[in-house]
Design a protein around this ligand. Structure first.
Ligand SMILES: [Zn+2]
Length: 263
């Protein structure tokens, strides 16, 4: 199954941000949901967040709450990580370094509402889809979809795979994904600079047959990062990613002893 946690662009009416919408939109993993939208026709479920990641980031720990956002101290469990310290916790304080999202403080009630309405349901549905896969097939293969700003340079990777340093999926699954991408001509890096965050941490359990892998696609492959418009290469990339999913399915169907189920 696939999930795209950061491609949402339905900006809720109660967001009340104090920066330019265009700056918020640059934080989206733009069009990732659309790039993979042929997967369900191949039998692969695709879960997409509709809300933008700056509103509430489902790829953060639920306690990663930034005290600087709040009008009064948080009542309840709170454990701000270095992501919160940088301004990109559960609710982002900054849209990029030095540029605040809000010109106001947020109430605990407001953040709790975002958790209850969007964060918790996203994780519940994701969990249910993985449970279904384990029930039906004995294991779940999950690809957590993202896009990344292009870092530039001739040696920069097109795609970065993340398995939190070898802890979130079996080697066979990782190598199958990596090798299919390389065969299609993409330059692939592993865990550098993106290892995977809360979604992988929370939902993966390779020893129980739950294999989660993060994929970050460089935006330069399909969009103009300044204007946020798709480039003419978008169609090719989308077709490649559909083909990539199809190749993985073929690999799984032909490899009868794929050693991925729970041990
Ligand atoms: Zn992302």
């Amino acid at each position: 199954m696939l999930d795209s946690p950061h491609s949402g662009r339905d900006y809720p009416a109660d967001f009340d941000y104090g920066c330019f919408l265009n700056d918020l939109r640059k934080a989206e993993d733009s069009y990732v949901d659309e790039i993979f939208d042929k997967a369900p026709a191949l039998g692969v479920p695709l879960l997409c967040a509709r809300i933008p990641r700056v509103y509430i980031d489902v790829n953060r720990n639920i306690t990663d709450i930034d005290p600087l956002l709040l009008d009064t101290p948080w009542q309840g469990p709170i454990a701000p990580s270095n992501r919160s310290a940088a301004g990109f916790g559960l609710v982002h304080r900054l849209v990029r370094p030095g540029t605040p999202v809000y010109r106001r403080k947020l109430s605990q009630e407001e953040i709790q509402k975002r958790i209850d309405r969007y964060y918790t349901p996203y994780h519940s549905v994701l969990s249910a889809l993985l449970d279904d896969a384990v029930f039906l097939f004995g294991c779940a293969l999950h690809l957590n979809l993202h896009s990344m700003p292009s870092c530039g340079g001739a040696r920069a990777a097109d795609i970065v795979l993340g398995d939190r340093d070898g802890t979130t999926c079996g080697r066979d699954y990782l190598y199958m994904v990596r090798d299919n991408l390389i065969r299609m001509g993409y330059r692939v890096a592993l865990n550098d600079p993106y290892k995977g965050m809360e979604i992988l941490r929370r939902h993966s359990a390779p020893r129980k047959g739950r294999h989660s892998l993060q994929i970050e696609i460089s935006k330069h492959l399909y969009m103009n990062e300044k204007t946020l418009e798709k480039t003419e290469n978008f169609i090719r990339l989308k077709s490649d990613m559909t083909d990539f999913i199809a190749r993985c399915i073929t690999d799984l169907q032909t490899q009868q002893t794929f050693p991925l189920a729970a041990d």
